[in-house]
Design a protein around this ligand. Structure first.
Ligand SMILES: [Zn+2]
Length: 245
């Protein structure tokens, strides 16, 4: 039995490309050509969100810019479930369920739709929500430390949206546990408040699913990504200790 669902041929294919990845005239040339357009769009969105003038010499001075989103994965009987389209558990681009009137159509998402869970539940989503309701520009990490009325209201809205999003996961998959990841998984109040709220949305009188923090903190996602990097040594270790991860 193996805990890996990695396709060795796929790994080899991208490993072979890695050396030429940054060559603008190499195999990744289309991506290099696409990138200025992509960055231009991202800069426009950031400037609009934070009221910055892109023609200024340093338009984003003082902002902390992090490329973050919201996604997921599924583990069934100790194995990662990939799915027919390799998107099993990719949850962030489903729409926010049971939207309130002021949540429709929801923020524009880079995927081309509006109101994706990612636009509400990522760190920037929390920051945007506080700005929408109070006009205050603060990063999510700072909002999480505040106890004033604006911040607490934003966190309560965040928790209710997370509860709605996870309730749909529970209604479909009925998992034993949901493990949060990323920076907002450091927010201790989520583990109490979200399960308290999701009972209103799950189609069951009782919800036994547990909401738990990541074992390795908010760097767990990076560990997971590193784990996908196969080496002869790691393969040998994994064969010896298939569950010790
Ligand atoms: Zn989307």
């Amino acid at each position: 039995m193996t805990t890996s669902t990695i396709d060795a041929a796929e790994v080899a294919k991208f490993e072979a490309m890695a050396a030429a990845w940054w060559d603008p005239r190499g195999e990744a040339a289309p991506l290099h050509r696409l990138n200025p357009c992509r960055l231009d769009y991202i800069c426009d969105q950031i400037a609009a969100q934070f009221g910055r003038d892109r023609r200024a010499p340093a338009p984003f001075d003082g902002l902390s810019l992090v490329d973050v989103g919201c996604g997921g994965g599924l583990v069934v009987r100790g194995q990662v479930l990939v799915g027919a389209n390799a998107i099993a558990g990719e949850w962030g681009h489903n729409p926010l369920p049971w939207p309130h009137d002021d949540e429709r159509p929801g923020p524009a998402c880079y995927c081309g739709k509006h109101g994706c869970l990612e636009t509400w539940l990522s760190g920037p989503g929390l920051a945007r929500d506080l700005f929408t309701h109070s006009g205050r520009h603060l990063p999510a990490a700072e909002i999480a430390t505040l106890h004033d009325a604006d911040a607490l209201a934003a966190l309560q809205r965040y928790e209710d949206r997370l509860a709605r999003g996870l309730a749909q996961v529970i209604n479909v998959l009925d998992p034993d546990a949901i493990v949060l990841g990323g920076g907002l998984s450091n927010l201790a109040r989520l583990y109490e408040n979200v399960p308290r709220r999701w009972g209103s949305y799950v189609f069951s009188d009782q919800v036994a699913t547990r909401l738990v923090p990541p074992l390795h903190g908010d760097s767990s996602g990076v560990r997971g990504a590193a784990w996908l990097w196969e080496t002869d040594e790691s393969l040998a270790t994994r064969r010896e200790k298939p569950h010790d991860l």
